[in-house]
Design a protein around this ligand. Structure first.
Ligand SMILES: *Cc1c(COP(=O)(O)O)cnc(C)c1O
Length: 385
């Protein structure tokens, strides 16, 4: 089976990890801060905090933005469940904004309408989680202008988008957001096994996130309530978590970051081949807008089922049976049983639901060989015609 994604690991990665294993510190040495610096310099953000997953990064971002019971977090229904669950961890409520059928990202028009309605009904969100779906940036300039008008904070869930750009600047520079979070799960742009990172330009948020990522414990005299002059002394000043990344993982992250640009370039090369070789088929690909350089995390196609004699799942199964590891990103979050129990239902976000009836992710990762691209295209032609 050709998988839909696969990590790229080379000898340099292996050696870097082995070096840490042979060193004194497997965690809480200085490799994590070195990795944080690499991501900070790459994105142009001023502060960075490594975490043990993208999910814990989302949780910490919500906590630092003071998301509480009684508050609302809005996100897109077409995302991984973690983009919404982070609100529930904080006791807050979740709502969704339907997608744009062409970009598959949150619709800026729908967001505007929903904000105007929420303003009148006094139920504006405190936090908006935008997801750069497949690596394609959302319309951040417009969304940022709306955040100024309606007074909400913005988290960029850039788990698909590390290595991408928006208006010539790297995703993660936080020009139009409060924080950006990344994941380093093996299917993402770079990997540390499990892992994540939060970047921000806000020193107060960064300090709070760092504190909460490690039990709420500080050794910084300026942050302590009492002045006890003993070298063992530390204080727990908040209820934090153990969301730290290990030095073993960070070492892998550093060597992976050396190859990020070539990873993304190769992803674009394959995507362009798909664009050309699939152009005759009754499918639609994501409309990759001009002002953005996608992180190209996923290549999603939408089947034009009215022009095809088979069903969505027939085509999906046929491809899988023929060795093509297609996938589906994602089942709309509001249709998950956990969310349906909160009152969401079919019909709530029609564009997301229509997308779900038609979507399919085809394989895309840097080491996918050209001859596999040809095989995938042939199988797609056979399955769809
Ligand atoms: C992968 C992913 C996450 C979660 O990241 P983990 O590191 O797996 O916790 C969150 N949001 C999106 C959009 C993702 O793709």
């Amino acid at each position: 089976m050709i998988p839909y994604s696969h990590q790229s690991i080379n000898d340099e990665d292996v050696e870097a990890v082995v070096d840490v294993l042979k060193s004194d510190y497997l965690t809480q040495g200085n490799t994590v801060s070195a990795f944080e610096r690499v991501v900070r310099e790459y994105t142009g953000a001023e502060y960075s905090v490594a975490t043990n997953s993208g999910t814990s990064a989302l949780h910490l971002a919500c906590l630092a933005l003071n998301l509480n019971k009684g508050d609302w977090l809005w996100t897109t229904p077409i995302t991984f469940v973690a983009s919404a669950n982070c609100a529930l961890y904080c006791g807050a409520s979740v709502d969704f904004v339907d997608i744009d059928p062409k970009t598959f990202n949150m619709s800026t028009n729908k967001l505007k309408e929903k904000l105007e309605y929420a303003y009148k009904n006094k139920c504006l969100p405190k936090v908006l989680v935008v997801v750069h779906f497949c690596g394609l940036s959302c319309d951040m300039e417009t969304i940022h202008a709306l955040s100024e008008k309606f007074g909400f904070s913005i988290i960029e869930d850039a788990c698909h988008a590390l290595g991408g750009k928006y208006r010539e600047r790297p995703i993660g520079c936080c020009q139009f957001s409060d924080v950006t979070i990344f994941s380093f799960h093996p299917v993402k742009s770079i990997t540390t096994g499990e892992g994540g990172m939060i970047v921000t330009n806000n020193d107060h948020l960064a300090a709070n996130i760092r504190l909460l990522s490690s039990h709420g414990i500080t050794r910084e005299p300026v942050m302590m309530g009492q002045k006890i002059d003993a070298s063992w002394y530390y204080e727990q000043i908040a209820l934090g978590y153990n969301y730290r990344l290990t030095d073993i993982q960070a070492a892998l992250g550093i060597t992976q970051m050396r190859r990020i640009d070539s990873f993304i370039e190769r992803r674009h090369q394959i995507a362009k081949q798909y664009d050309v070789l699939l152009s005759g088929l009754p499918i639609e690909a994501q409309n990759r807008t001009k002002n953005s350089y996608s992180g190209m995390h996923l290549y999603v196609i939408r089947l034009q089922l009215d022009k095809i004699s088979k069903t969505h799942s027939e085509i999906f199964n046929e491809l899988r049976n023929n060795g093509i590891g297609v996938n589906l990103h994602y089942i709309p979050v509001h249709l998950q049983p956990w969310y349906q129990r909160m009152g969401f239902n079919y019909g709530d976000f029609p564009q997301a639901e229509k997308y779900y009836r038609e979507a399919m992710t085809i394989p895309l990762f840097p080491q996918l060989p050209d001859d596999n691209v040809v095989i995938i295209v042939e199988e797609l032609h056979k399955a769809i015609q």
